[in-house]
Write a protein that binds this ligand. Structure first.
Ligand code: HEM
Length: 463
């Protein structure tokens, strides 16, 4: 399929210092990578200063990198440069150490275990909307951030961080924002006492204080809460040694970060898309009314809430929270006939692949219906990969999908979130893809309609 062109670097753009720091790669990476794919096709060579990256845009090449040749790569430079925040947590660690931690954490994400989190997800969402009043203006993104942070804390660490949530949330947001400045992350060593680095240190300390407290309380109580923290605490190496507080801190900070901002952003984009597509919103409401009537959703409802699921799937296609991913080659090999040498980067972008007309009709349109006839099964495996793939696939995949669907159903049953006029909603492609200025909405209460038998016949009740 790919020609043999050994030892040549693929054609593509070259970025000098000035163009790189002030140009589109830094300022609008979504547009930049879309253009590169359009101009150079499935494989493009990107030179930034003297660093070479192969940018791949074909599902089978992505599968080669993430699955078939996964051992030939380590995580990319941005994640590695953020190690002083994540430490040796699941997202950033490598090799045998990562494998051991992944095995230890995996049971907390098994289907049966996740099922037990469903009620907490709905309860916390209900509690949030109880405080909402029709006519109020809110930032849907802030609301989702606070909610998902509380949920991840409660489900994985059995910690009620409501009182700390805002503080932790703010610190995490700041860290993400700073970490997302690729220029500074890669070129300014984190130990230099620059004002930004000092700020990062302060914010990390702030979060650590809370995490170490949660860990200490659990150690002291000796109780097995059956959650992730208990599993990590009781896990033992063959030599009988247990995890240190530092290791526990690395895993908890990783899960707090990886586990709340991504789901919150997915929901924020979903509210924004729904507000702009009234027919989709009406169909969603009709399904919720038919399946739930005037009660809150449970885990057992999810298989029946098919359209709700398609809304999330489609939202993750158009606005994937992980909009792009990178790896570093740890040994020499080939991609599509091109030589990849040790130390070279490989990058891929969900943002680009998910909008490729080879896989999707009218790719720019928000159409949850496209997922109705098992589209996922018909697509090439990596034409849709919001959770990555291979051994480093997102451990929270099922957790996130369940959480997003339950939160969406719980809120949409009771509220519409029309957009506040003239508020700009623009994607910010930082480590994750989030709305730069939030999503300002006006809360609008709604009552379930009695459509209990009509949804099956696809009759949508405009409300
Ligand atoms: C819509 C929500 C989410 C999206 C789009 C998402 C996306 C991703 C992606 C693409 C990766 C792979 C990164 C790579 O290979 O370089 C990843 C890894 C990871 N995610 Fe998620 N994620 C989401 C939610 C969650 C949740 C809810 C949790 C935990 C509660 C979580 C925890 C993690 C962890 C720990 C890793 C690293 C796994 C490893 O390397 O072993 N994520 N996520």
């Amino acid at each position: 399929m790919w020609p043999a062109i050994r030892n040549k670097f693929p054609a593509g753009p070259s970025e000098g210092l000035k163009r790189w720091s002030l140009g589109p790669l830094n300022n609008n990476p979504l547009e930049y990578f879309t253009k590169v794919a359009r101009e150079y096709g499935d494989v493009a060579g990107l030179r930034v200063l003297n660093f070479k990256t192969v940018f791949i845009n074909h599902p089978s090449l992505i599968e080669e990198v993430l699955v078939t040749n996964a051992r030939k790569y380590s995580k990319g430079r941005v994640l590695r440069a953020n190690r002083h925040v994540f430490g040796e947590g699941l997202l950033t660690s490598e090799g045998d150490f990562w494998l051991r931690q992944r095995r230890l954490a995996q049971p907390a994400f098994h289907r049966a275990r996740i099922a037990s989190y469903a009620a907490t997800m709905v309860d916390y969402t209900e509690r949030m909307v109880e405080g909402w009043r029709g006519g109020e203006e809110r930032d849907a993104h802030q609301e989702m951030m606070r909610l998902t942070l509380e949920i991840v804390a409660k489900t994985l660490f059995d910690a009620d961080v409501e009182r700390d949530a805002q503080e932790v949330g703010k610190s995490l947001e700041l860290l993400l924002e700073i970490g997302a400045n690729f220029r500074r992350t890669i070129f300014v060593p984190h130990w230099l006492p620059t004002p930004t680095n000092l700020r990062v240190r302060r914010e990390v300390k702030q979060i650590e204080k809370i995490l170490y407290r949660i860990i200490a309380e659990r150690r002291a109580s000796g109780r097995d809460a059956g959650d992730l923290l208990s599993m990590l605490l009781s896990a033992q190496d063959e030599d009988g040694s247990r995890m240190t507080d530092r290791q526990l801190r690395d895993e908890t900070i990783t899960l707090f970060l990886a586990g709340h901002e991504t789901t919150a952003s997915t929901l924020s984009w979903t509210w924004w898309l729904l507000a702009r597509h009234p027919a989709v919103q009406a169909k969603l409401h009709a399904e919720l009314d038919a399946v739930l009537g005037d009660r809150a959703p449970t885990l057992d409802d999810l298989p029946k809430l098919r359209y709700t699921g398609h809304v999330i799937t489609e939202s993750l296609r158009l606005y994937p929270a992980a909009w792009g991913m990178a790896r570093l080659a740890v040994e020499d090999h080939e991609i599509a006939g091109y030589a990849v040498t040790k130390g070279m980067g490989v990058a891929m972008a969900q943002w680009v692949v998910h909008r490729d007309p080879r896989w999707y009709d009218a790719p720019e349109e928000f159409r949850p219906e496209r997922w109705e006839d098992d589209l996922l099964k018909r697509l090439p495996r990596f034409a849709y990969f919001p959770f990555g793939g291979g051994p480093r696939q997102c451990i929270g995949n099922a957790f996130a999908l369940m959480e997003a669907a339950l939160i969406l159903a719980t809120i949409a049953r009771k509220f519409r979130l029309p957009l506040v006029a003239n508020h700009p909603v623009v994607p910010l492609a930082s480590i994750t893809l989030r709305p730069r200025h939030g999503v300002r909405v006006t809360l609008e209460s709604r009552q379930p309609k009695e459509t209990a038998n009509s949804f099956g016949e696809q009759s949508v009740v405009a409300d």
